[in-house]
Design a protein around this ligand. Structure first.
Ligand SMILES: Nc1ncnc2c1ncn2[C@@H]1O[C@H](COP(=O)(O)OP(=O)(O)OP(=O)(O)O)[C@@H](O)[C@H]1O
Length: 235
């Protein structure tokens, strides 16, 4: 028997006015999968992430989530408030409706997880870009999600911070976390994904396990996806 899906799209599509951002799509995400969304700017990656999260309803078709599935989301740039680092996490716990016997202990645990214990009392907006993104990751993890959605999580970071954030995501992946992430970074896709979906103008041109996707320079893929695999695309 197949394992129940975390999320299933059935003919789900999204339109913005007359523009179709996601054409009718069937997609099944199994627990433990790490799905990379790749494709040029405007191909529909962010819209698909928002659809999976439930931030955006499909205009047609269905988006079915497993009962009681908790989803965390990380964007390219974190939106932080005029609060301390620790206060962000206390707020995230409340917003997630998390029932924690000791909220302070949970906040400390999250701070340790992302290496920000020493920054707990500092204003979040005073942190470096990489630290801010690590705080945003801790915030996304506060409610103990079963699925993490990441929209180009390291795209706006400098190389050092990029490595730090990616290492944290790798740690989560190694712990069995299910992920869907948008990325323009070929190496990151190879390091993190178990499966790759290539989008072009809101349509899925390729959907394959990461090994076959990259095998023989993407020989089995449609032309545009092959050029991505070979690093020949400008984005
Ligand atoms: N709020 C919106 N209003 C109107 N059009 C939108 C909106 N959000 C996205 N679109 C359009 O939908 C299409 C898909 O956009 P989306 O942001 O999902 O692409 P993307 O692959 O994430 O791009 P990028 O790599 O630049 O983040 C694009 O044509 C975009 O212009």
């Amino acid at each position: 028997m197949t394992e129940p899906a975390l999320i299933e799209l059935r003919g789900a599509s999204v339109r913005f006015g007359t523009r179709t951002a996601v054409h009718p799509l069937d997609l099944r995400l199994a627990p433990g999968e790490r799905l990379a969304l790749v494709g040029a700017n405007g191909s529909g990656k962010s819209t698909l992430l928002r659809l999976l999260h439930g931030l955006r309803r499909p205009d047609a078709g269905l988006c079915l989530q497993a009962p009681a599935l908790r989803i965390g989301m990380l964007f390219q740039r974190p939106a932080l408030l005029r609060l301390s680092v620790a206060a962000h996490l206390r707020l995230a716990l409340r917003l997630a409706g998390a029932v924690e016997p000791e909220p302070a202990a949970r906040v400390a645990e999250l701070l340790d997880q992302v290496g920000l214990r020493a920054e707990a009392a500092r204003p979040a907006r005073a942190l470096s870009g990489g630290q801010q993104q690590r705080l945003a990751l801790a915030r996304a993890l506060a409610g103990r999600p079963g699925l993490l959605l990441l929209d180009e999580p390291t795209a706006s970071l400098d190389p050092g911070a990029k490595r730090e954030v990616e290492a944290l995501i790798e740690g989560l992946a190694a712990g069995g976390m299910s992920l869907v992430f948008a990325s323009h970074n070929l190496g990151q896709v190879k390091r993190l994904a178990t499966r790759v979906l290539y989008l072009e103008q809101g349509r899925v041109l390729a959907d394959a396990p990461v090994g076959p996707f990259f095998a023989d320079g993407g020989a089995a893929l449609p032309e545009a996806a092959r050029r991505f695999v070979r690093g020949e695309l400008p984005w």
